[in-house]
Design a protein around this ligand. Structure first.
Ligand code: SF4
Ligand code: SF4
Length: 455
């Protein structure tokens, strides 16, 4: 990452760091160095910006540095911290003449309320939507909708590759920390990544294209913000390939923690918020899009659509327990009406190397690989509320995960291809998955930015 990039960074404050080394233990790419008992330092070339070090850092400044920002919109003073874009968002919300649109990742709705004293895993999409309107957004859309688009595109791409026997196994590409890791450590395997942009970027591209038309404004007047559980998504949004017609798909990204501070800064009382819906058409989502926040969720969502698309026969059971789970590697073979697909899921980047080595040797025994850098997927992302007591962390993650799956099971539509607004989007705008417009807006070449730092 360029030293000039001042926001979207994970840092360790040398004045606050006690050198306990807890951050080093959780870093999946061995990017933290330093003598025990002395301040630790992050190697920015190696760091994939997952933010896991932030969650375990206990070196609190005890007020020494807190309050340096009168708006109180910066991270609290732990040694390992995130330097985000919330200040820019605050400024932009005050600008007239722009249409301010926002999207929220699935994991945000099961964690944000923790910052307002509610129990772990409280599901609050309605209050989230109201809070975003209250702080100044004109349209409250949803990354979950774009997750459904991702399934349409990625499912079609997988089926194309299986037929053509090209670039298999295919790797998911939703997690920017994982993509960055492949670029750095396995650049020879870049062709295995799906060409799909992440749901965050697909959403941004749609908001400034079709969304601008639907709202009757010029694309350059759409100001696009993403609320993410992730400390790597601002980096992803800043990549030069994540734009169209000279406009970035996503102008700024804020984390779940930053959104909570923004809500408090704006004087919005959480308890007073009513439940409201996200805005149509980009706010309507399925259970499949919603489970993207859990490890195995992208895979399960893809299987729901791929199995039915390729066979034309409905699934009897749409819950794929074999791909659900937590940290580590899981494999499963799915059989449906003559289709047989072997899949692998990795929760936590530290576990992926043996699978990639097998791919390198040409010995992979799976067709499709999902990797999420964070241990339990995005519910455990570096931008999520920090759980201060270590024994509460597994409890919080279990509750967030259960809440996403429970939300899936209660939604009326649970397969991406059955989302009526997805069907309408393809009919009226995109044409077909992998079509010309999809390629232009929703796909990218995963080019090697810098390679070999792990070699
Ligand atoms: S952000 Fe992630 S990759 Fe970077 S130093 Fe922290 S734990 Fe390691
Ligand atoms: S798993 Fe999710 S939160 Fe973690 S780095 Fe990847 S996209 Fe970000």
């Amino acid at each position: 990452m360029s030293d000039k990039m001042k926001t979207g960074r994970v840092c360790i404050d040398a004045e606050l760091c006690t050198g306990c080394g807890h951050c080093k233990e959780v870093c999946p790419v061995d990017a933290i160095g330093g003598v025990p008992g002395s301040p630790q330092k992050i190697d920015e070339e190696r760091c994939v910006m997952c933010g896991q070090c932030i969650h375990v850092c206990a070196a609190f400044g005890n007020g020494k540095k807190a309050g340096h920002d009168p708006l109180e919109t910066q991270e609290p003073a732990f040694a390992a911290h995130y330097v985000g874009e919330v200040g820019q968002v605050l400024t932009a919300l005050g600008q007239p003449h722009t249409l301010k649109v926002v999207q929220c990742a699935p994991a945000v709705r099961v964690a944000l309320a923790e910052e307002f004293g509610l129990p772990f895993g409280s599901l609050t999409p309605g209050k989230l939507a109201s809070a975003l309107r209250a702080i100044g957004f004109d349209r409250v859309y949803d990354t979950n909708f774009a997750a459904d688009v991702t399934i349409m595109e990625e499912g079609a791409e997988l089926l194309f590759r299986l037929k053509a026997k090209e670039n298999l196994p295919m790797f998911t590409s939703c997690c920017p920390a994982w993509v960055r890791y492949v670029e750095q450590a396995y650049p020879d395997l870049l062709g295995h990544l799906s060409s799909c942009k992440s749901p965050q970027q697909m959403a941004g591209a749609l908001f400034k294209g079709h969304g601008a038309d639907l709202n009757g404004v010029a694309s350059n007047l759409v100001y696009s913000v993403a609320v993410m559980p992730c400390t790597c998504k601002a980096f992803e949004a800043s990549r030069p390939e994540m734009e169209s017609g000279g406009l970035r798909h996503v102008d700024h990204v804020i984390t779940t923690r930053e959104l909570a501070r923004l809500i408090k800064h704006k004087g919005v009382e959480w308890g007073d918020l009513k439940e409201t819906a996200f805005d149509a058409p980009f706010g309507e989502y399925t259970g499949a899009g919603n489970i993207f926040g859990n490890t195995g969720g992208v895979m399960e969502a893809a299987l729901r659509t791929a199995c039915e698309s390729v066979t034309g026969k409905p699934l009897g059971e749409i819950t794929f327990d074999a791909v659900r789970g937590g940290q580590g590697v899981r494999k499963a073979t799915i059989v449906h009406e003559g289709l047989e697909l072997t899949v692998a899921i990795v929760g936590g980047l530290a576990h992926v190397a043996p699978l990639l080595e097998a791919v390198r040797r040409g010995e992979a025994d799976f067709d499709f690989l999902e990797v999420m850098c964070c241990p339990e997927g995005c519910i455990s992302g570096g931008g999520q509320p920090k759980v201060l007591l270590p024994f509460n962390r597994p409890v919080a993650l279990a509750q967030r995960k259960a809440a996403l799956y429970a939300h899936d099971s209660e939604l009326p539509v649970r397969k991406s291809h059955e989302n009526p607004n997805i069907q309408k989007l393809y009919k009226e705008y995109l044409g077909e998955p992998l079509g010309h417009l999809s390629h232009e807006l929703l796909h990218t070449d995963h080019v090697k930015k810098r390679g070999g730092v792990h070699e």
